[in-house]
Design a protein around this ligand. Structure first.
Ligand code: CMC
Length: 446
């Protein structure tokens, strides 16, 4: 970065020529600074030299929610929110949802390329043989209260895995990293299904390694006394598509949490437990749960106008609508809407809440409030309806999200560990509190 000679502020545009730089004039001092632009960004630290007085700290950017800060470089997921484009490693989400499988997509996210036949077989085999968990994991999961939220159970269980695999701390060893990658993708459905069975008071079902990734998950969820659970291939496929759609989404709240926690160079189980905690919240992975509760509250189509009035008056939020990045239709919502119809075909009854959702979407998309704010349905608007039709209670919805997203979390964690530009995440603050006060003994306080 170069500091151009200090100039008085003339109010005229500075001729920056055709250089890939940004010229900033500090009107407090009249000084001008030339900051390099690279890949559409300036370096945050380049602002630091902009000071009123020599001893000043220097300028910072204030950006709550990191709405315009790139915290990393990533080659995993491309997202163009204005045009509704989502690509994993360059492949459009629509093609992957139509033609790939979740395990192949997980391979793609982790390795950067689609696998050859032998590679896919080896990858699927490795994931499959790591689906079992240590018996003590089962033991401590049984210790949760009967009504424990399955997402809280998953969060605790994944964090606890770090104690079962202390070798995972050696994050600089690529073989160790690879083993944890496989373990995380393989064990997440097992832990998720155990949490579900726990909430039902049913015995946990061990993995069936003869089944596909989603088929085994369905078996661990629903198998009762039959010798072998036979998943319906259409449900298996719908679930696989849901996992694909949720597999990654760039630097969302939970992935940033994984990167933030991981930046301390902790083991990946602890980092991913951080991601699960972030995903638990109602504005993120908890949104599909919130959508269902909202649809239940609306109850009937006739109540929609009143509900939307409340939204416009700021009393409510239309859950499943809006997105920080998409200012156009969420491409995942389109695919999921179709998958919902497929699932209803298998499960027989059309979910009555789908009609409320469709009507809500129709009215909202014609409403000035939503149009002017570019609020469209997001992936969570319909996913909850599918989960409900699969017989899942709302508490399981964010857990389902977590199974798919594990592939993206791990891919981002791997990328971060190998990125030498990364440092421990440590944002700054604008301090607004009191200063330089003297301690007052309690008896002297007013
Ligand atoms: N219902 C009503 N108004 C909304 C909504 C909504 N769902 N979303 C945004 N707005 C309004 C908001 O009140 C604000 O209005 P104004 O300018 O008058 O103050 C404007 O739109 C901009 O909203 P924002 O809160 O600044 O947007 P954001 O980018 O900070 O928030 C969001 C993004 C996803 C948190 C938000 O849209 C939201 O709360 N949606 C509902 C929850 C939801 O569906 N979350 C799932 C996200 S997709 C899956 C995932 O990634 O987890």
């Amino acid at each position: 970065m170069t500091t151009i000679a200090a100039q008085p502020h003339s109010g005229e545009a500075v001729d920056a020529g055709r250089r890939e730089t940004l010229t900033v004039i500090d009107n407090r001092t009249g000084k001008s600074y030339e900051l390099p632009i690279s890949e559409g960004t300036i370096r945050g630290l380049d602002l630091r030299q902009i000071k009123r007085e020599e001893e000043d700290f220097g300028l910072m950017a204030y950006d709550p929610g990191y709405a315009n800060v790139a915290a990393c470089k990533s080659a995993i997921t491309y997202l163009d929110g204005d045009r509704g484009i989502l690509q994993y490693r360059g492949y459009p989400i629509e093609q992957l949802a139509e033609r790939s499988t979740f395990l192949e997509v997980a391979y793609l996210l982790i390795h950067g390329e689609l696998p050859g036949r032998a590679e896919l077989e080896a990858w699927s085999h490795e994931v499959t043989i790591h689906t079992f968990v240590h018996e003590n994991v089962k033991g401590f999961m049984q210790g949760f209260r009967h009504d424990a939220h399955p997402m809280g159970m998953l969060l605790g269980a994944v964090g606890a895995l770090s104690t079962f695999y202390p070798d995972a701390k050696a994050i600089d060893d690529p073989e160790v990293r690879y083993l944890q990658t496989i373990r995380l993708i393989a064990k997440m459905p097992t832990l998720a299904a155990f949490a579900f069975r726990h909430s039902r008071g049913q015995p946990y079902v061990y993995p069936d390694n003869e089944l596909s990734y989603p088929g085994n998950f369905l078996s661990m969820m629903y198998k009762m006394s039959e010798l072998r659970y036979e998943p319906d291939p259409r449900l298996e496929r719908a679930l696989d598509v849901l996992f694909i759609l949720h597999a990654d989404h760039e630097q969302n709240c939970s992935t940033s949490a994984v990167r933030g926690v991981g930046s301390s160079r902790v083991d990946p189980y602890s980092a991913i437990a951080g991601g699960i905690a972030a995903l638990y919240g109602p504005l993120h992975g908890g949104a599909n749960e919130a959508v269902l509760r909202m649809l239940a509250r609306i109850e009937r189509k006739e109540n929609i106008p009143d509900f939307l009035k409340g939204v416009e008056e700021g009393k409510e939020r239309l859950m499943g609508f809006g997105h920080r990045v998409y200012r156009n239709y969420d491409p995942r919502a389109k695919i999921i809407k179709r998958a919902a119809e497929d699932v209803f075909e298998v499960t027989g009854a059309r979910n009555p809440r789908l009609d409320i959702a469709l009507e809500l979407e129709r009215i909202a998309l014609e409403d000035e409030y939503f149009i002017s704010r570019k609020l469209y349905p997001n992936v969570d608007f319909y996913s909850g309806l599918i989960y409900e039709s699969l017989g899942l209670p709302v508490e399981m919805f964010p857990v389902m999200f977590a199974i798919g997203r594990t592939a993206g979390w791990v891919a981002n964690w791997l990328e971060q560990v190998g990125d030498h530009e990364q440092r421990i995440a440590r944002p700054r603050q604008i301090y607004t509190g009191a200063r330089d006060r003297d301690y007052v003994p309690i008896e002297e306080r007013p």
